[in-house]
Design a protein around this ligand. Structure first.
Ligand code: SF4
Ligand code: SF4
Length: 717
């Protein structure tokens, strides 16, 4: 035992030393500008590879023959690599003699080719080290490598590969930090840390839970950082613009690799992702000049880029959520995943593939850990937005939104209900009365009729009093995802995307009406079928599930996320703008008869306003609101979900959200005339230079809310 620990200690120290040497060589490679300096780096890396190759040969064929073969290989390879270096130095010496004072070292002919060679040698070096040290430590035997793919997988998915690699990455960034942009440096640090937290490297022992959780936490930090980075830098440096999608695509593959390794014991996808990440990483540090290119790219004008970024993040999240479920709920999660055997006729295989894929996605996106991760990432962006928000009312709403998500998406369904009501009907969640999104949250059994009815009554009352925002900007999980800084910035796509443009304004277009019609009819049909199933009159299922529950999964666990990723094409808040969410449609219908509306303090200000910033700030694309303000001072739309960005955007602080509180205050005003306080209104933000000067007194004059105002607000102008 003591002897094997000693061997492990010696091997560990050796691996750390080699990793440090490699990092130093990477630093030299990044700084190499002449042929002779490049040749030295290539030679030294070649030497390391030769030594490792020799050692590997010995461990593959232990004994005197293997030792001789290994020594031959090492010395033969070293001798071969020394020739080009000596030749380069001789040529340089000759040039120095001939040119004397005018001598200049010969510049690298092709820096890109040199970087490629360095990448190849570093990867090969690391790979050989992984194999050699595993054989030396006795964690592998030569016969384990039965095919080239198993060689690749076993060589990479081991601590002897991953940990030296993490050290190399960390040291390389440290050595080259002055040459790299700060934002890239931070990303590279995170990458090095994440490399050290690779679950397949540690096997399925006791380390798998802490390593998977810590790795996921690191990934969450990285995603938040990337999202905030692109929010702050709307004009991205070309190097970062290229780097981010590639990095996130590799991480998506890596997360899929972790999941496949956990569930099927296959580490090939993970190994491939590690190699790809190495290439991306070392390409960035060896060629730092690519990050100082002139110019910038506005990613908000690049829907394809943004879509790629969101899609990569989403795929990564899905597999990361699934991996967390597997390690943290091992008794529960795998049994909930649909796993039909892919055999039979081509149609059967196709159907089963679709079935498995659909339920995998629906199960994961509805699972606690996925929602928890999304909550932390998107919630962090909402917190950043909260810091930028001046309106107290919007700040309070954002805080409520964060609290609602934590309570209703994570705490109640995953902790409270299972502990307190272990036998609650399936689909039970809050709000309201357990029916989080109304119909479809569970099968429509006769016993839950009153709960369903009360759910809609409570939703309806809240919407009538406070507007659609009670659901679509507080209780639903969607607004957390839409309203963080970066996602909010994507509302620009509502105007630039040809598809999203068709849903602009408060007008209910033909397309909107058709979509809403299909959704509502499907909901009604699904609910009736579900009821008939429950009372034993029919036996209808869709993809093996209750019809109502299937629709719920389809709309909220599959379509919602697909359209979320498609924001660059479908626009932000597309569940609202396109009318495909039945809960939102019902809330919108209630909002038409409620107290909620948008009002301006002074119509004259809007008539003279040339910025129309309120319309530009609207995440739902209600571009026609200024016209209503100019005509009547009031705007009401069933699509308005009271986000309040318009209030924030108005440069004159002329706009406020009106609801039942204002109505009550207006009624009470005669009784408290002397102590009247102004209604909650946002202070005007410093106006843009294009904002016209206003009449004295026009900006801050608060509107006296009268009964006539309330009456005017009840009809859509
Ligand atoms: S429309 Fe539906 S999914 Fe979108 S915010 Fe409203 S309730 Fe949520
Ligand atoms: S930005 Fe302000 S002043 Fe201009 S139209 Fe909108 S609410 Fe009126």
């Amino acid at each position: 035992m003591a002897a094997s620990l000693l061997v492990l200690g010696i091997l560990g120290a050796l691996a750390a030393t080699m990793a440090t040497i490699t990092a130093v060589l990477v630093k030299w490679a990044a700084k190499a500008r002449t042929r002779s300096s490049a040749a030295v780096v290539l030679f030294l890396l070649g030497m390391m590879i030769a030594m490792l190759g020799g050692a590997l040969l010995y461990f593959l064929h232990p004994g005197s023959t293997g030792l001789v073969e290994g020594l031959w290989l090492a010395s033969g390879a070293m001798s071969l690599t020394v020739f080009p270096v000596v030749l380069t130095f001789l040529k340089d010496a000759q040039a120095r003699l001939e040119q004397k004072e005018a001598y200049r070292p010969r510049a690298l002919r092709s820096p890109a080719l040199f970087a490629l060679a360095i990448l190849g040698l570093v990867v090969l070096n690391e790979f050989l080290m992984g194999w050699t040290f595993q054989l030396a430590a006795g964690s592998l035997v030569p016969s384990d490598a039965s095919s080239p793919l198993s060689v690749l997988t076993l060589g990479v998915d081991s601590p002897w590969f991953i940990l030296p690699m993490a050290i190399e990455m960390g040291l390389s960034v440290y050595f080259l930090r002055q040459f790299l942009p700060r934002s890239l440096c931070r990303l590279l640090w995170l990458q090095a840390a994440l490399m050290a937290l690779s679950p397949p490297a540690f096997g399925v022992g006791p380390a798998v839970v802490p390593v998977t959780v810590a790795g996921s936490a690191g990934m969450i930090v990285l995603i938040i950082y990337v999202m905030e980075l692109i929010y702050r830098d709307r004009q991205l440096d070309p190097g970062i613009y290229r780097y981010l999608p590639a990095l996130l695509a590799i991480y998506a593959l890596m997360m899929a690799g972790v999941y496949l390794w956990l569930v099927y014991g296959n580490g090939l996808a993970f190994a491939l992702s590690v190699l790809l990440e190495m290439v991306l990483f070392f390409e960035a540090v060896v060629r730092p000049e690519q990050f100082s290119e002139e110019g910038g790219v506005s990613w908000l004008l690049e829907p394809r880029w943004t879509f790629g970024l969101l899609a990569a993040i989403f795929v990564g999240e899905v597999f990361m959520g699934a991996a967390l479920e597997v390690v943290l709920q091992p008794a529960l999660f795998p049994s909930r995943i649909a796993n039909l055997a892919l055999s039979g006729s081509p149609e059967t295989v196709l159907y089963r593939t679709f079935y498995n894929g659909f339920w995998f996605l629906a199960t994961v996106t509805g699972s606690t850990w996925f929602l928890g991760m999304m909550g932390i990432e998107m919630g962090a962006l909402v917190v950043f937005k909260l810091r930028e928000t001046r309106s107290l009312e919007t700040r309070v709403r954002l805080a409520l939104l964060l609290g609602s998500y934590g309570a209703f998406a994570v705490f109640f369904p995953s902790t409270y209900y299972p502990a307190v009501f272990p036998h609650a009907p399936s689909g039970t969640a809050v709000p309201f009365l357990g029916w989080n999104m109304g119909l479809g949250s569970g099968p429509v059994a006769p016993g839950v009729f009153s709960a369903i009815l009360l759910t809609y009554v409570i939703s309806g009352v809240l919407v009538v009093l406070f507007g659609r925002r009670a659901i679509c900007s507080v209780f639903c999980t969607a607004p957390l995802m839409f309203q963080g800084t970066t996602l909010d910035a994507m509302k620009g796509f509502n105007r630039s995307s040809p598809l999203a443009r068709r849903y602009l304004s408060s007008r209910l277009s033909g397309l909107y009406t058709v979509t809403a019609g299909i959704v509502l009819v499907s909901l009604a049909a699904g609910s009736v079928l579900s009821y008939l199933d429950q009372v034993g009159r029919l036996q209808v299922t869709f993809l093996g599930a209750d019809p109502g529950v299937f629709l719920y999964g389809l709309y909220f666990s599959v379509v919602w996320y697909l359209l979320f990723v498609s924001i660059p094409y479908a626009g932000n808040y597309n569940c609202v703008t396109m009318g495909w969410c039945y809960t939102g449609l019902i809330a919108g219908a209630f909002s038409r008869v409620g107290f909620f509306s948008l009002r301006v303090k002074d119509r004259e200000v809007c008539r003279r306003c040339t910025t129309l910033d309120c319309a530009k700030g609207c995440p739902v694309g209600l571009v026609d609101m200024p016209g209503h303000f100019r005509r009547t001072g009031v705007f009401r739309s069933s699509k308005c979900c009271g986000v309040g960005d318009c209030v924030e955007s108005c440069p004159y602080g002329n706009l406020y959200l009106h609801d039942v509180r204002h109505w009550v205050r207006a009624r009470l005003r005669p009784f408290r005339a002397r102590s009247r306080r102004d209604l909650p209104m946002v202070a005007p933000r410093p106006g843009p230079s294009s904002a016209p000067p206003l009449r004295e007194g026009a900006v801050y004059r608060s509107t006296r809310v009268t009964g006539n105002d309330v009456a005017a607000g009840s009809g859509n102008p």
